[in-house]
Design a protein around this ligand. Structure first.
Ligand code: NAP
Length: 279
């Protein structure tokens, strides 16, 4: 897909990965309809690009009125959006038992229900194009559920299932569905506790710019599913084939993960654990 001259509707546009995606898409000649909740951050983002390249649109995607307003605005654009990139999400790190019902509801509404609702309302517009794409930014934890991220993993597994099902439901149609999963990336998405866990586990953390470049290349190539990073791509596959192997490896890391997720004392070494699964 040649992105030159296309309109891309990008959610999470002010985020760490989102802002890098905006820059990469604009460099490819696309016009970006940039969506997030905070209007002032969107305005700052739009002003950092050539005039007219980025249109800011403030919307809370969990709100039906905001989604309807976004659809109405998208319909006024020329050319109409032919690519939807879902790069918004709510983070969640902590021991499951310590989390609240309200947190679970907000997490699943943001990471899974809002994408379903947004895709359904934009689908007729996308189907009217000769070539269109719905791209969900997933996570390693959408293929390999991680302790301390159980609810978040569930939301990303759901997103992966949604995109896979839609891809099969629309096989041969004008709209393709892509699930593209970054590994850990240096953005405000990760709290200091997550950063400390990543450091303790020796997890590789990518800068957002190469992640955005890899995502845009996958959009151009039409890659259906992609896990970024090595060995994360191997571990995600292994989890599907031999989950007991991953169970055993993660069990060794559990004291360290519990320590960072719940603040419990840990006797585990704080040195990077490159011998274990670095995710
Ligand atoms: N960072 C990582 O380590 C990592 C790793 C793997 C996958 N990912 C995935 O990559 C994507 C981007 O992550 P990121 O690191 O760029 O996150 P981020 O820096 O926290 O940005 C999140 C973005 O989503 C927007 N947003 C959140 N809730 C929203 C809502 N209800 N309605 C509209 N916009 C909303 C935020 O803007 P407002 O607050 O203004 O709404 C912001 O623009 C997410 O899908 C995440 O799951 C991240």
């Amino acid at each position: 897909m040649d992105l030159q001259g296309r309109t891309v509707l990008l959610t999470g546009a002010t985020g760490g990965i989102g802002a890098a995606l905006v820059a990469t898409l604009v460099a490819r000649g696309a016009h970006v309809l940039a969506v997030a909740r905070h209007a002032e951050r969107l305005t700052t983002l739009a002003r950092s690009h050539p005039a007219g390249a980025v249109t800011p649109f403030a919307a809370d995607l969990t709100d039906a009125v905001d989604r309807a307003a976004l659809l109405t605005h998208a319909r006024t654009l020329l050319p109409a959006p032919s690519v939807l990139v879902l790069a918004h999400a709510r983070p969640s790190f902590g021991l499951f038992a310590a989390q609240t019902d309200a947190e679970f509801e907000a997490l699943v509404r943001t990471n899974l229900v809002a994408p379903m609702q947004l895709i359904r309302c934009l689908l007729p517009m996308l189907q009217a194009q000769s070539q269109a794409a719905v791209v969900a930014v997933g996570s390693t934890f959408g293929s390999l559920a991680f302790p301390g991220f159980s609810a978040y993993s569930a939301s990303k597994f759901g997103l992966r299932g949604l995109i896979e099902g839609l891809g099969r439901e629309h096989a041969g149609g004008a709209v393709r569905f892509q699930y593209l999963a970054p590994r850990a990336t240096r953005t405000p998405f990760n709290t200091p506790a997550v950063d400390a866990l990543n450091q303790a586990l020796g997890t590789h953390v990518d800068a957002p710019e190469p992640v955005a470049e890899a995502l845009v290349r996958a959009i151009e190539r039409g890659t259906r599913r992609r896990q970024l990073g090595w060995p994360e791509a191997l571990f995600a596959r292994l989890n599907g084939l031999l989950p007991a192997l991953i169970d055993r490896s993660l069990a060794k890391q559990l004291p360290l993960i519990r320590h960072h997720a719940g603040g419990t004392p840990s006797n585990a070494s704080q040195e990077p654990r490159h011998d274990l699964l670095p995710l």
